[in-house]
Every structure is written in structure tokens, then in C-alpha cells.
Design a protein around this ligand. Structure first.
Ligand code: ATP
Length: 247
């Protein structure tokens, strides 16, 4: 479980987010949308211990983010993949787990790559893979860490829309099987609704959580959800809140 109590983060006197309270339950999938600059990345980085709150408190299963990180309990996926160019897809997946002090399991890593549609590409270097494939490797790497908490910052940001939709379906499906606690930042409202149990709308400067939407969609969530009236209505609600609060 992730908890933030009255968290404010300032950089050299500039307040990026202020007085944020948030609780993400074990196994919950939470998405965050909001206009550029409202502090989504700052919030995510603060949860992961990459930024320190100026005031307030962050806890991950009762521990500080730093302690959780040391224990390899947090997996990150960023917008730009951070794969080692000289390592193969398989080595990239196993390497992080190795540096975290856990024995890498090649069979499990291969199975993860397979589940991400990368069978046959285990030995490929990142430069031989498309943008979508590289992000799949990054996601497989985060999953192979077997961290309870996954923090994802616009992981599909650089991908075309069809690939985004496909990866969204895959991520939700993986989540259904693995039940990780996920916090996922995106600029795409449909993506935020499709993926989430709960969608948070951030806005303002300094940023704050303006609204929370409990998403109600059938499982398993597949592409046909996009065409349903229920999905479109929930997307419209989130959009309206974003527009109402756009300064
Ligand atoms: N390390 C830093 N030093 C100074 N200012 C920062 C730093 N990191 C973020 N900021 C500022 O904090 C504000 C929030 O930035 P942040 O990247 O969290 O927003 P965001 O909502 O993720 O934006 P985007 O959607 O464009 O990625 C911005 O005004 C940004 O310039």
C-alpha cells in the first residue's frame, strides 16, 4: 500500500505539488492524467524516492521509498526506455534483477518476453527493436524484478496509437494476473480510463489532485471496450473535469 500524507515538493523555492494526500491500495491500478507541468512526474518520482518531499510523508508498505527501493520493491518504467544498448533483450530483462541482488531466472525472463509478444527477439539488441518492442522489454524488465509496486511514467508516450492500444490491453491483462500495485501517468484520457481501477485528475500550479474517478468497466478489458457507451461516458467525464480546471 502506498500512502502520501500532506506531501509538498518544491525545487529551489518553486512549488511543484502541494499538500497531496493519496492512498493506493495493494493491488490497485491507479492512473494520473493532467495538463503538462501540473506535477504528475514529480508525484510519481516522489512516490519512488527519486525526489524527496519538502514536507509531508510517503510510505510504501509502511517503509520509506528509499527502503522499498533498496529492497527492490519498486519497478520503474519511463517514457524513454532505459535499456542498455549493448545488451540483448533477455540480458536487459535479467540484469536489473541481478543488480538488485536476486538471482536472475532466465526461464522466467524468457516467459515474460514471450508474454509481451517478444518470442524470437530474446537475443536482439535494442537498436534492432521498434519503439513498442523496446517498451515491452522495459516492462518485462520491471516485471522480472517482481516488485510489488510498479511506477510507470508515460511508458507509451512515444508510441503510435494502435501500439498504445495493444500495449494497454496487454498491461491490463498482465495486471489482472499479477495484481501488482500500479501508478501510471499518461496524457491520454482514454488510456487513463481503460487501464484504471481509479483515475486521478491533477491540475493547477502547484499541482494538486482535483478529482478521483472510480472506473467501472467489464473484465477482461479488451479493445472492444473502447467502442462501448459506458467507456465513452467515463472518458467524457474525466475530460470535462480536465477542461473545467484548465487554467
Ligand atoms: N528537478 C526540477 N527542478 C526544478 N523544477 C522542476 C524539476 N522537476 C520538475 N520541475 C518543475 O515542476 C513542475 C512540474 O513538473 P512535472 O514534470 O512533474 O510535470 P508533469 O505534469 O509531469 O509535466 P509533463 O506532463 O509535461 O511531463 C514544472 O513546472 C517543472 O518545470
Amino acid at each position: 500500500m502506498i500512502s502520501l500524507e500532506d506531501v509538498t515538493v518544491a525545487f529551489d523555492g518553486f512549488t511543484a505539488i502541494s499538500n497531496v494526500d493519496l492512498r493506493v491500495e495493494q493491488g490497485e491500478f491507479v492512473t494520473i492524467v493532467g495538463p503538462s507541468g501540473c506535477g504528475k512526474t514529480t508525484l510519481l518520482r516522489t512516490i519512488g524516492g527519486l525526489e524527496e518531499p519538502t514536507s509531508g510523508r510517503v510510505r510504501i508498505d509502511g517503509r520509506s521509498p528509499e527502503a522499498a527501493q533498496t529492497n527492490a520493491d519498486i519497478g520503474f518504467v519511463f517514457q524513454q526506455h532505459t535499456l542498455f544498448p549493448w545488451k540483448s533483450a533477455l540480458e536487459n530483462v535479467t540484469f536489473l534483477r541481478k543488480t538488485a541482488g536476486n538471482a536472475p531466472e532466465a526461464d522466467a525472463a524468457r516467459a515474460l518476453l514471450r508474454s509481451m509478444g517478444l518470442e524470437g527477439f530474446e537475443d536482439a539488441r535494442p537498436k534492432e527493436l521498434s519503439g513498442g518492442m523496446k517498451q515491452r522489454v522495459s516492462i518485462a524488465r520491471a516485471l522480472h524484478l517482481d516488485a510489488d509496486v510498479l511506477l510507470m511514467d508515460e511508458p507509451f508516450g512515444e508510441l503510435d496509437e494502435i501500439t498504445r492500444d495493444e500495449l494497454g490491453v496487454e498491461i491490463r491483462d498482465l495486471w489482472r494476473r499479477e495484481r501488482k500495485t500500479v501508478v501510471f501517468v499518461t496524457h491520454s484520457v482514454p488510456e487513463a480510463v481503460f487501464l484504471a481501477d481509479r483515475c486521478l485528475v491533477m491540475c493547477g500550479q502547484p499541482g494538486r489532485i482535483e478529482a478521483t474517478f472510480d472506473v467501472d468497466l467489464p473484465e477482461p478489458r479488451e479493445e472492444d471496450v473502447f467502442g462501448t457507451r459506458s467507456f465513452q461516458e467515463q472518458v467524457a467525464q474525466v475530460r470535462q473535469t480536465l477542461h473545467e480546471n484548465y487554467a
